[in-house]
Design a protein. Structure first.
Length: 225
């Protein structure tokens, strides 16, 4: 058999085996996010008591007392993700009345929201912008002009989406989750098309509804291309 045909036969046989033996060819790489609090920048809001973030149970513990603050992590390189999954649980919940209020400023609280900062042109930040907005700008290594806010524990059902009542650059999406035997809930979000993201924003807040509760987060995994 000619050498060229023999090499082609070897390639034809080998590639399907590589696809089978290496899941990355089919499902992409799995990247577990280090959730130690010191891996993030804590960003606070003026005149609002901050949510307290600490290491606990192999992940993050978030203590909310009518408070708000978020953890911000900037990536060294832009990541293209196919899905996001994580485990969470909470003791208590925001005092949101119904689905309608949850979409308004008066009910804009959640036990847990994970923001995917999407790569995009750097927005213009006015000189008089709030300090937290400038803190985000200064911390990020790559610009972003949009955030997908993946929420759980909401009044709205999984799959529901709405625009943040504070800005049209934030789209809230409710992720589906399932109760696990150990008391944790397994959640997953899969965008319709892969997202190019430049960082993560993790938040639990109860300032708008004057709520008190505690949330835990662990095993945050990004499926990347």
């Amino acid at each position: 058999m000619p050498t060229s045909r023999l090499n082609l036969l070897r390639l034809t046989v080998t590639l399907p085996l590589v696809w089978c033996l290496n899941p990355a060819f089919l499902w992409g790489a799995q990247e577990t996010v280090d959730l130690h609090a010191n891996k993030f920048q804590t960003v606070r809001f003026a005149k609002i008591e901050p949510t307290i973030y600490t290491d606990d149970q192999g992940g993050l513990k978030m203590q909310v007392k009518s408070s708000a603050a978020f953890l911000l992590q900037s990536f060294e390189q832009i990541k293209k993700i196919k899905s996001l999954r994580f485990q969470w649980k909470a003791d208590g919940s925001p005092r949101v009345k119904n689905q309608e209020q949850e979409r308004e400023k008066a009910g804009d609280d959640a036990p847990l929201r994970i923001g995917l900062l999407v790569s995009g042109p750097a927005p213009t930040i006015p000189f008089f912008a709030s300090a937290w907005i400038k803190a985000v700008r200064d911390h990020m290594k790559h610009p972003s002009d949009k955030m997908i806010y993946v929420a759980v524990g909401t009044k709205n059902p999984p799959g529901a989406t709405w625009e943040s009542p504070y800005t049209d650059s934030i789209q809230v999406v409710v992720a589906g989750d399932q109760q696990q035997s150990d008391g944790w809930r397994q959640a997953q979000f899969q965008p319709k098309t892969p997202l190019s993201i430049v960082g993560l924003w993790i938040m639990a807040d109860g300032d708008d509804t004057k709520s008190q509760f505690t949330t835990w987060l662990r095993q945050l995994v990004l499926e990347t291309l």
